[in-house]
Design a protein around this ligand. Structure first.
Ligand SMILES: *[C@@H]1O[C@H](CO)[C@@H](O)[C@H](O)[C@H]1NC(C)=O
Ligand SMILES: *[C@@H]1O[C@H](CO)[C@@H](O)[C@H](O)[C@H]1NC(C)=O
Ligand SMILES: *[C@@H]1O[C@H](CO)[C@@H](O)[C@H](O)[C@H]1NC(C)=O
Length: 319
């Protein structure tokens, strides 16, 4: 009579590992990503993406992602997935972004749209549910945006969250839970967490939760038919100091925090150290080359090479 117990045990184990993955994209099948991603033609000036792992990387193939190719452009590209509702469930949005060109101004964020969005006509004005990711402009703006659409309004996070500004790949994770708590992680570390109600100042959310007559979930109302993900950079028209080279990769939308953590470890976690090693080797080579050029200049009686070297050595430092 032991059989039912065995069965019960098996069911329990299955429940633990049952994650729903709404969207996952690693760009591992060459140019076939073009069948899944749609470039917006709303503005003929929108920049184009290509697949690249950049000038330095941890793994030439695995680190290939969508890279911006033109300076001073806006970008809008999107991919579809099956509509889902996160009612009563956790929502995890995760991806990696690398500003290897040393971003002085531009965004590296993604947006989740309603399922009826016209992908070819996508623009900065298209309505979205969630916007998440880093935004850098000069010395003043170095922040992670978490903008939630609620009751026909966009609400920004009131707590400032600082983003990474170096040239390496970073893993950004947003977790929104049905108990109205959240976490923002960078590189797997929690850097902000708390109550969605307080940190977005959603007083109406508080009222809504308390009134039993109107106990419709925030998630239900706001994220009923999430369907489209978009990688967008440099939305701020006032900032056109922008350089190409940003790489987006390892997109994941799921209802399972543990799955996201493991996916992060299996992707970014595996290539982050080799990426830094390759960068260090390149930097060493550049220093060596610069020194040789300096010596040559010295021998020839020229001293005007210094400015270039200064720029080279500071390429990937923090702003
Ligand atoms: C681009 O989007 C904007 C804002 O939604 C709209 O006003 C404009 O007509 C669109 N342009 C084209 C060519 O569809
Ligand atoms: C694009 O969307 C805007 C509204 O956001 C609309 O005015 C415009 O006609 C659309 N363009 C096309 C080509 O569908
Ligand atoms: C939060 O919302 C309340 C009511 O809408 C407003 O009075 C208050 O100034 C807001 N606080 C912040 C920090 O935005």
């Amino acid at each position: 009579m032991a059989a039912p117990w065995v069965l019960f045990y098996a069911v329990c184990v299955l429940r633990v590992v049952l994650a729903t993955v709404y969207f996952q994209e690693e760009f591992l099948d060459g140019e076939r990503w073009r069948n899944r991603w749609v470039q917006s033609t709303n503005d003929s000036q929108f920049g184009h993406f290509r697949l690249s792992s950049g000038k330095f990387y941890g793994h030439k193939e695995k680190d290939k992602g969508l890279q911006t190719t033109q300076n001073g452009r806006f970008y809008a590209i999107s991919a579809r997935f099956k509509p889902f509702s996160n009612k009563g469930k956790t929502l995890v949005i995760q991806y990696t972004v690398k500003h290897e060109q040393k971003m002085d101004c531009g965004g590296g964020y993604i947006k989740i749209f309603p399922s009826d969005v016209d992908q070819k006509n996508l623009s900065g004005k298209s309505q979205y549910y969630v916007m998440f990711g880093p935004d850098i402009c000069g010395f003043d703006i170095k922040k992670v945006h978490v903008i939630l659409h609620f009751k026909n309004q966009y609400h920004s996070n009131k707590k400032p969250i600082r983003c990474k500004v170096d040239g390496f790949t970073h893993l950004y994770t947003l977790i929104l839970r049905p108990d109205l708590t959240y976490e923002v992680k960078i590189d797997g570390q929690v850097i902000e967490s708390g109550s969605i109600e307080y940190d977005w100042n959603l007083t109406s959310l508080k009222k809504m939760e308390k009134s039993s007559a109107e106990s419709k979930d925030w998630e239900q109302e706001e994220e009923d038919k999430l369907q489209c993900i978009c990688a967008e950079t440099s939305h701020r028209s006032a900032c056109l100091k922008v350089r190409s080279g940003t790489i987006f990769d390892n997109f994941l939308i799921t209802d399972d925090e543990e799955y996201a953590e493991n996916f992060g470890k299996a992707t970014w976690g595996e290539t982050k150290d080799p990426e830094r090693e390759m960068d260090a080797i390149q930097a060493k080579e550049e220093v060596k080359k610069a020194r040789e050029e300096d010596e040559e200049d010295l021998l020839m009686g020229r001293f005007d090479g210094r400015e270039n070297n200064f720029r080279r050595f500071h390429k990937r430092d923090e702003l």
